[in-house]
Ligand binder design. Structure first.
Ligand code: ARG
Length: 596
């Protein structure tokens, strides 16, 4: 039982004994006592004041006195208005610490056969471009959220929808056919996704030029000229041929997409994310089309004169939504209907979470309504985990295309940066080239991940590479560095042959108690992060924990402590702190180095 539970049960017994009130211990939630008062845990006594017919202060005092007399874990108390501040018997904290040390997978609730199944969709790229900074935030949030939900006792299926068909990929294909000269990743030495992205940009360049030329020649506005673009007409034609299963187009499409996937795989690997099940739009959009046509027959959708199919959502306060184009090809929304249907057919999903940027809030509002209208009972309950934009401060990094920051370039710069900072700080002395590379990778990626995950996901943010890699402050490297330092203390202790013995009778000091109490907060923090979908809570917890540790480490000696039980207590604190730091960082998808 945790100390919070012991206090809660003690208080429940006290109010029963004192006032005859039946209080449910589960509803009594002790909070950490505020710094300005003496105490470890605080219980609010207002709920019992009326039945006790006494002033809040008196009720607090009576409950406190009862606890001191009957609950061995309680040493003293004081009251401030209706707040009962409880001082836990100092040696009791040793039991709390020992309990943490004995708990396997501390912080996690085991997943059982009956655990709910949560599907988390994240990443979900289009195949015409490489991943960029926005995708990095997306992937990190999705991966971390999955780990957190798993730690909260859910079965988690990590999924990805690859939007591998549509007009965007036809543009890249067309540009490659016209101007590619047979270029491949091998012949150019470019990553496949970058190569395809370059052709997408090339299409756009030629298209712009064509539109400009038409507008000038015919003296018409750009929007008119766009309609006469032969390039765009060719891309559209390609999409029709693709949907009709034209073998030449399909062959080219498969070849080019396979280049892109090889590139994505490399990026995912370096980011440290993965998926249990990948869906491809090319395999789901027909299901969507079918559902839309079914809906049309039932009168849930309508057809316009030009043949396009729409949903009227004005009754729901939205507008009209296109579901099939006049030429019969499907749109982004259509495939999402098919994808959702297949997912719920493939898995007994209790909760479906889409990690997608907030520019698609409207899309998911519509998707949910449409699925509901089409008769999927789970349509209403889809969760859109909507996050804000992330940008770099002006001029911080040159990006390949001038506008977006490429994910691969960014990761490379972070790792190079980590190597430089570590070298400047003389942290790499005596290490082999391989070890240096490994540490630079861990620290550079840790800096990036931590910085992006420590903030509220809903907020837009600036990613500042220099600040993220600072070894002092609320950063990944600071936490990683503290971890490595603790591991080094533990290695030295082992070299000296210090074993951990009985420390139950040691009276821990305030810093030690504060550290144990923070360690004890880990499981409830994980639960809270799962409830609120908040990796940021875990990040900030890890930061608090290492700060707490550093205060203790600054004030007390560990290896130099001669009293054996006290040294055992401190070594256990080192051991458990490093373990919890590692577990918390793992929930963020961040690795920690053994030395640094
Ligand atoms: N591929 C889309 C894009 O890049 C994002 C897909 C999000 N997921 C979904 N189920 N619609 O904009």
């Amino acid at each position: 039982m945790s100390i919070d539970q012991i206090i809660a049960e003690g208080v429940a017994k006290a109010v029963k004994a004192l006032y005859g009130i039946d209080a449910d211990a589960a509803t009594i939630v002790p909070q950490a006592t505020r710094k300005e008062f003496e105490g470890n845990l605080t219980v609010v006594v207002f709920p019992w004041v009326k039945a006790a017919r006494k002033a809040p202060e008196a009720v607090g005092a009576e409950i406190g006195q009862w606890l001191v007399e009957n609950e061995p874990a309680v040493a003293r108390f004081n009251t401030v208005k209706g707040f009962l501040n409880i001082v836990v018997e100092p040696t009791y904290w040793n039991k709390v610490l020992a309990h943490i040390a004995e708990t396997p997978d501390y912080g996690s609730v085991p997943v059982t056969e009956n655990s709910p199944l949560v599907m988390v969709e994240y990443s979900s790229p289009n195949t015409n471009k490489p991943l960029h900074l926005g995708h990095v935030r997306n992937n990190l949030l999705g991966y971390s959220l999955s780990r957190i939900l798993e730690a909260c006792g859910n079965k988690v299926v990590k999924t990805n929808i690859v939007n591998d068909r549509g007009i965007h990929i036809c543009k890249s294909m067309l540009a490659w056919q016209k101007w590619g000269d047979g270029a491949t990743p091998e012949s150019t030495g470019k990553k496949g996704d970058h190569l395809i992205g370059d052709f997408y940009v090339l299409f756009d360049k030629h298209y712009r030029a064509e539109v400009k030329e038409i507008a000038e020649r015919e003296n018409i506005p750009a929007e008119e000229a766009e309609k006469r673009s032969t390039l765009m007409a060719e891309a559209r034609d390609m999409l029709r041929r693709w949907e009709a299963g034209d073998p030449e187009i399909r062959g080219l499409w498969e070849r080019m997409n396979s280049w892109v996937y090889a590139g994505f795989d490399q990026t995912y690997k370096r980011l440290g994310v993965d998926f249990d099940k990948i869906y491809y739009e090319s395999q789901t959009y027909l299901e969507g089309k079918e559902k839309v046509l079914e809906g049309l027959e039932k009168g849930l959708m309508y057809r316009k004169e030009d043949g396009s199919v729409w949903a009227d959502l004005t009754n729901e306060g939205l507008d009209h939504k296109l579901l099939l184009r006049a030429d019969g090809t499907s749109v982004y929304m259509t495939q999402d209907i098919g994808t959702a249907k297949l997912r719920f057919r493939d898995y007994p999903i209790d909760r479906m979470i889409y990690v997608v940027g907030n520019e698609q809030n409207y899309h998911f509002q519509v998707l949910s309504l449409l699925l509901d209208r089409l008769g999927f009972k789970w349509g209403k309950d889809l969760v859109h985990f909507s996050y804000g934009m992330v940008e770099l401060p002006e001029g911080k990094m040159k990006s390949r295309e001038g506008t977006v920051v490429d994910a691969d370039d960014l990761m490379e710069e972070m790792v190079t940066g980590a190597r430089e900072v570590s070298r400047e700080m003389d942290k790499l002395q005596g290490l082999s080239e391989e070890e240096v590379a490994e540490i630079a990778e861990t620290v550079g990626m840790g800096a990036l991940k931590y910085f992006l995950l420590k903030v509220d996901p809903r907020k837009n943010m600036l990613f500042n590479p220099k600040e993220s890699i600072d070894f002092n402050g609320n950063t990944g490297p600071f936490i990683q560095y503290t971890y490595a330092r603790i591991r080094s203390v533990l290695r030295k202790a082992a070299e000296k042959g210090f074993a951990i013995g009985d420390y139950s009778s040691v009276v821990p000091n305030d810093k030690e108690i504060a550290l144990i109490q923070t360690l004890a907060d880990f499981p409830s923090t994980v639960q809270e992060a799962g409830r609120t979908f908040s990796p940021a809570l875990i990040a900030n917890y890890a930061y608090d924990l290492v700060k707490q540790f550093n205060q203790f480490y600054h004030d007390y000696t560990i290896l130099g402590e001669e009293d054996e039980p006290t040294r055992s207590l401190r070594l256990t604190l080192c051991d458990q702190t490093s373990r919890v730091v590692k577990a918390a960082m793992a929930l963020l998808g961040i690795r920690v180095p053994e030395r640094m």
